[in-house]
Design a protein around this ligand. Sequence first.
Ligand SMILES: NC(=O)c1ccc[n+]([C@@H]2O[C@H](COP(=O)([O-])OP(=O)(O)OC[C@H]3O[C@@H](n4cnc5c(N)ncnc54)[C@H](O)[C@@H]3O)[C@@H](O)[C@H]2O)c1
Length: 183
Amino acid sequence: MKQEFISRREFLRNLGIAGTGAVLAASPWLSAFSEVVLTGKEKCRLGIIGTGSRGQFHTGFLLKNPKVEIVALCDIYRPSIEEAHKLVPSAKVYSDYRKLLEDKTIDAVLVATPLNTHYGIVMDAFDAGKHVLCEKCIGYSMEECHKMYKRHQETGLIFFTGQQRLFDPRYIKAMEMIHSGVF
Ligand SMILES: NC(=O)c1ccc[n+]([C@@H]2O[C@H](COP(=O)([O-])OP(=O)(O)OC[C@H]3O[C@@H](n4cnc5c(N)ncnc54)[C@H](O)[C@@H]3O)[C@@H](O)[C@H]2O)c1
């Protein structure tokens, strides 16, 4: 039986995203996060904790989002903070994330530090009343993940994680195509 295949190019064209780069992959969940944080406010005031590779990538991307204002940057490594500060010269710079969390005007934080630090920083952020977007993986162990989830439920604060494929229209569309029998 002859099987009809669609080409990769055609597949991407069907999604309406042919020719776009990797930046698209990060956009849906970052945008969704800023949308849900906004409660009657015009802009989400965001602090970025961990301004290394991922933190700078997000910073560059979020600067294009009119609903987000990056007001604070934090890192313990000088080169990381210097590079991020070039992107957002107006942001206040911290070397201790706890000091950043003391700023009551900050609505949410994006945690892009190494995995072994996620749990402590996220729990402290919840304690400080911040909405949290934490890079993958969520925690170092299942126990940490459960505790973070429980704290999110107790506080009612938003918790988003950087599992971008859950929110990327390309993957959502691909799943639809699989379930509808196209593949
Ligand atoms: N969603 C994705 O596709 C994706 C892609 C790459 C990385 N990540 C995740 O992003 C996170 C960061 O990865 P990366 O590649 O940017 O690492 P990186 O090493 O480039 O950046 C991490 C930064 O965090 C800083 N840092 C460490 N401890 C800190 C602390 N206590 N307070 C403040 N800053 C601190 C480091 O100095 C460094 O600048 C990891 O959890 C990684 O798994 C996700």
